[in-house]
Design a protein. Structure first.
Length: 424
């Protein structure tokens, strides 16, 4: 313990270093250094203590561990440190949620006034009650399919309105809004404030979620909270909140704590962001990247069009340079003689066929005349007709005095039958 030596001055109040804390008054206060030194002296008398609890925080920094341990029955917690030299002797699988027994010694830092415990030994007792409950709930929800990727809704590429659920005036709200506006300045937010730890966390978050989900203008909802003690994040593993998120029709993004924090909300939400800043990067595109992409696509399109036009022009020039297109009359001249020969041959064939058919027609006409009754009549024969039109072939067919029409080679005339004529 530090020894304070102060020289009192007669008639004046003693220096603060000369006043013990228990003797201090408003007129004779003690100094901060002496108060801290007194506290350290008292704490050092405790010695080492064996304590049982549940690890709620485990942060490794340059080989040393800084964490917190929670009482198994109440919310009481203590801070502890494990130096790297001590950590080498401890079980390697110690983590948040473990039920442990530790040998601790109180440390009070005079310079900063911080109080914590140094751990010299620590061993497992069993899985912490809270972690055991979370694991049972995790298995239950996984069995119901709430973690199934197939049920998760896609996040819109460019939401018109972003719903934000976070603590009022919190760093998480600033991170989400600032980084989202840097990426896409026109993004709009509708913020619903809720307690992010304690008994009010779950009901207020559910109420904010339902209000934003009922707003048709909200395209995506972000639930954001900064990092902290895992004990403070338990509200985001509450079954009521998880089922409300699963039932929401609007996509939900979980942005709770830091990369190492992993509440059950991360598994149920449609998208898990490691931090609120990461959520801002995931819900809106980067305007600079999109402009660069558009410029790149326009450049590629212009280049492809230019290449296509140049290729078509070259192909057209190649076609035009061919002899058949450069002097097309050559092809016509080469074929004109052939066409004239074919035309002459066609005309000769047609003329010969016409002459042959004319001769054939004359022959048929002559044969027809030979067989025609008119030729017989022209040689002096006649045909007798009764008034009924019947041809008289036998004299007995015409009665005496009956009228008979006689047809000869040139015309016909009427005659009268004289009756049957005997054979001569």
């Amino acid at each position: 313990m530090t020894t304070f030596r102060a020289d009192p001055v007669a008639g004046e109040a003693p220096p603060p270093d000369a006043v013990r804390p228990r003797d201090s008054t408003s007129d004779s206060p003690t100094s901060v250094a002496r108060l801290n030194d007194t506290i350290r002296g008292f704490v050092e008398t405790w010695g080492s203590v064996w304590v049982e609890g549940e690890i709620t925080s485990w942060n490794v920094r340059t080989g040393n561990v800084f964490g917190r341990m929670k009482d198994l029955g109440t919310d009481a917690t203590i801070s502890f440190r494990i130096w790297s030299s001590t950590r080498q002797r401890l079980p390697a699988d110690l983590s948040v949620g473990d039920h442990v027994i530790a040998c601790v010694k109180a440390d009070y830092f005079v310079k900063s006034g911080d109080f914590s415990f140094s751990v010299s030994a620590m061993r497992h007792v069993g899985l912490g009650d809270q972690l055991e409950k979370l694991e049972r709930l995790r298995a239950k929800l996984r069995g119901e399919g709430l973690f199934d990727p197939a049920r998760k809704k896609p996040i819109p590429f460019l939401p018109h309105v972003v719903g934000l659920i976070t603590g009022e005036k919190s760093d998480a709200e600033k991170d989400v809004r600032h980084n989202a506006e840097l990426r896409w300045p026109q993004v709009r937010f509708r913020t619903a404030y809720a307690a992010v730890q304690g008994d009010r966390c779950v009901p207020e978050t559910i109420g904010a979620l339902r209000a934003l989900d009922a707003d048709p203008s909200v395209d995506v909802i972000v639930i954001a909270r900064g990092g902290g003690d895992p004990q403070h994040l338990l509200g985001f593993s509450d079954e009521r909140l998880l089922r409300a998120v699963a039932a929401a029709s609007t996509p939900v993004v979980s942005a709770i704590g830091h990369e190492n924090d992993h509440p059950l909300l991360d598994d149920v939400a449609d998208l898990r962001a490691s931090t609120p800043t990461d959520a801002a990067k995931r819900i809106v595109p980067d305007v600079l990247e999109q402009r660069a992409l558009v410029a790149q696509l326009r450049s590629r399109l212009s280049m492809r069009l230019s290449q296509r036009v140049a290729h078509d022009i070259a192909q057209l020039e190649q076609l035009r340079s061919r002899p058949v297109l450069r002097t097309p009359e050559t092809m016509i001249d080469a074929r004109s003689q052939q066409q004239w020969l074919l035309l002459s041959r066609g005309r000769d064939v047609i003329d010969r066929r016409l002459e042959a058919q004319a001769r054939r027609a004359a022959e048929l006409r002559a044969a027809l005349r030979t067989l025609s009754p008119a030729s017989t009549l022209a040689r002096g024969y006649a045909i007798a007709h009764l008034p009924s039109g019947a041809i008289v072939r036998d004299a007995s067919e015409a009665e005496a005095g009956a009228s008979v029409v006689v047809t000869v080679g040139r015309g016909s005339f009427a005659a009268r039958s004289e009756g049957e004529v005997g054979e001569r």
